[in-house]
Design a protein around this ligand. Structure first.
Ligand code: AMP
Length: 134
């Protein structure tokens, strides 16, 4: 049974794409802590736990996340892009990238933002445009 994130990477479930290459995919978290909250995943591997990844995939995922974070910071003004790995909900490795103004912006207990489809689309397009400049 494929994970929800495999289905997203294959385009079988819709997502707000912000970046992609052959092996990795980045899309907006549907329950964002902040505008631009992004998830970065390996497309072809369904490991649950990030530290079970082979070194090549792990390093490739981190390098891709770094590039996405650069694009994210250019598109969504913030002090820093915060990085978190939880994996409590979806058993498919993913890195959270969250634009931060304060440390509270990385508090996963706080109420998530409710954004319109138009707002999600507009944020995703801005990040993708920055990613494509890199
Ligand atoms: P965790 O596994 O604890 O890192 O949390 C999974 C994250 O994936 C949560 O922040 C969810 O909001 C997010 N999420 C789950 N399903 C989707 C989806 N279909 N599209 C975008 N984000 C999702």
């Amino acid at each position: 049974m494929p994970t929800v994130f495999t289905k997203i990477a294959k385009g079988e479930i819709p997502s707000y794409k912000v970046a992609e290459n052959e092996d990795f995919y980045a899309f907006l978290d549907i329950n964002p802590l902040a505008e631009g909250h992004t998830l970065v995943i390996p497309k072809h591997l369904e490991k649950d736990y990030i530290f079970d990844l082979d070194d090549n995939t792990y390093l490739g995922l981190c390098a891709f996340a770094k590039k996405v974070a650069v694009a994210l910071k250019a598109a969504v003004p913030c002090r820093r892009v915060g990085v978190a790995v939880l994996g409590m909900e979806v058993p498919h490795v993913h890195i959270h990238l969250v634009p931060l103004q304060t440390e509270q912006d990385l508090d996963f207990r706080k109420k998530k933002l409710e954004l319109s489809q138009e707002r999600f689309s507009s944020i995703a397009s801005s990040i993708l445009a920055e990613y494509e400049k890199l």
